[in-house]
Design a binder for this molecule. Sequence first.
Ligand code: FAD
Ligand code: NAD
Length: 535
Amino acid sequence: MPKRPAHSSIPAVRTTQTSEITTRASASSADSLTYDYDLIIIGCGVGGHGAALHAIEKGLRTCVLESDVVGGTCVNRGCVPSKALLAATGRVRDLRNKMHLASMGIRVGDVDFDVEGIRHHADQLVTTMRTNLSNSLESVGVDLLRGHGYFVDNHTITYELPDDKGGTITAKDIIICTGSVPAVPPGIQIDGKTVFSSDDALKMSWLPPWVAIIGSGYIGLEFADIYTALGSEVTFIEAVDKLMPAFDGDIARMANRLLIQPRHIDAHSGVFVTKVIPGIPNKVPVKLELTDAKTGEAVDTLEVDACLVATGRSPYTDGLNLDALNVGLAKGGAISVNDKMQVLAKDGSIVEGVWCIGDANARMMLAHAASAQGISAVENMTGNENVLNHLSVPAACFTHPEISFCGLTEEQARAEAEANGFSIAVSKTSYKANSKAQAENEADGMAKLIYRSDTGEILGVHIMGLHAADLIHEASNAIAANQTVADLKFNVHAHPTTSEVIDELIRNAKFTAPELAADDSSAHADAMAKKTFTH
Ligand SMILES: Cc1cc2nc3c(=O)[nH]c(=O)nc-3n(C[C@H](O)[C@H](O)[C@H](O)COP(=O)(O)OP(=O)(O)OC[C@H]3O[C@@H](n4cnc5c(N)ncnc54)[C@H](O)[C@@H]3O)c2cc1C
Ligand SMILES: NC(=O)c1ccc[n+]([C@@H]2O[C@H](COP(=O)([O-])OP(=O)(O)OC[C@H]3O[C@@H](n4cnc5c(N)ncnc54)[C@H](O)[C@@H]3O)[C@@H](O)[C@H]2O)c1
């Protein structure tokens, strides 16, 4: 936690710490000339990066402040290294699946790997992405400052470096984008070697033969994929009474069938881990105490080689001095914002000039959501009212096969429909009839569309199967553009591609726009003719 001295008189420094900040000449308004910058962004993760690039596009003199390495969680401890590990280990799984390969006439010998090499692949990618991110900011004229920033008031930030250099800067607007850190439940001792969060798991310093994974969300599922591909056994421990509780029910069932049952994975659900005592790699086991989530009684103990704690993430706001703004934290530690990403004070009023995006507001802890919120905040601060439709933001879990979705689960949509007096319909399809998936011999999978039966409004789309993470964008863009099921019926998909799963899904939806149903007008006939012709 940084000290919080009064205003520092030390001049602000650039990343190189050699030159003083020169305020950029292109001030966007007379008002902004009274500040060092139009915009200061605290935190240079993907959220801060996306906001900064958009701010420059809007002509704002922009500064980003980063206390650690550029790129934040996603680039250094999240999306990037985890996807590199998933890509490499997925290859190992594929090449070791001799039956699958033999069904396509391929024979392979023994497939080997070295953990060091896999780790190197991830490290290299992190370094490349971090450099790219830094260069992309500097090339468009964003000032990148190093130091831990905190509020003096709603237009003033003081930042500090461990060596006590730092300074004070002012701006018309300030975006908080300070991200999140792993949430570790009480009773769990993290040693970083045998009991760890994703931060240390990504370092892959050794390959434990048996890993307990606490939590069956995104991180748990992706790491179970990584570990089992390399031959480790996994035991899931999930507090809710079913695995993958946040996923749509049909998808969770299919994930159970494709990602859990055929692999060396067992699971305890409806239990909390109340105590974890670290061990010593390959020598002393890690000890876990399991407690029934309903009765609170200790029900079991486990001894495993390692334990990954994947029980969610907590917004990181330490040392921001939010008291200076009269801002408190919501349950779970998030900063409260309105739909425009403006920070709300304890009394619910808007804190003028202060915004919060990304994991720190906990609305949707995804890299692209952080960036999209940043763009939205910049639009709002430059006078263009903008509200990001979070239901349109896609999410993907990069297991093999992948899972993706946007909008509501069927369970959420049913609850919403009941509360608001409308009815929903559900269309489903499988990958079985898809030529491309069949050609790849990867035809396990499904897609599901949930929509309003009266208006055709798309409420949610869920996909599990080959290329699911790419396929979801048609649905998310449709939701963002307020398109209905009827609009999508005219989309054309290349053959043979997995995108035809979406074509099939939409055709299966029993909805026709009222004006089209009643109509035998030439517009409708033309549209239909075009569709038939194109196919
Ligand atoms: C293992 C893992 C895998 C993931 N995979 C994916 C994925 O595949 N796809 C996806 O969309 N999301 C993924 N995520 C989530 C994604 O990484 C986050 O949602 C995203 O990084 C949040 O971005 P952010 O900009 O809000 O915060 P962060 O990326 O956490 O950045 C915050 C930055 O602020 C800095 N900071 C904090 N306080 C201060 C301060 N006071 N002064 C100066 N600087 C400060 C921090 O050092 C940090 O660099 C993953 C997360 C994890 C842990
Ligand atoms: N592919 C991706 O986009 C991706 C990948 C990894 C992480 N992330 C982001 O990182 C965040 C954190 O991921 P995560 O998997 O840690 O969180 P999560 O919220 O996805 O899943 C946490 C799981 O842990 C369970 N849990 C919580 N406390 C528990 C306890 N004490 N004992 C047993 N189970 C418990 C929850 O019921 C839940 O199922 C997510 O919000 C996600 O947005 C995204």
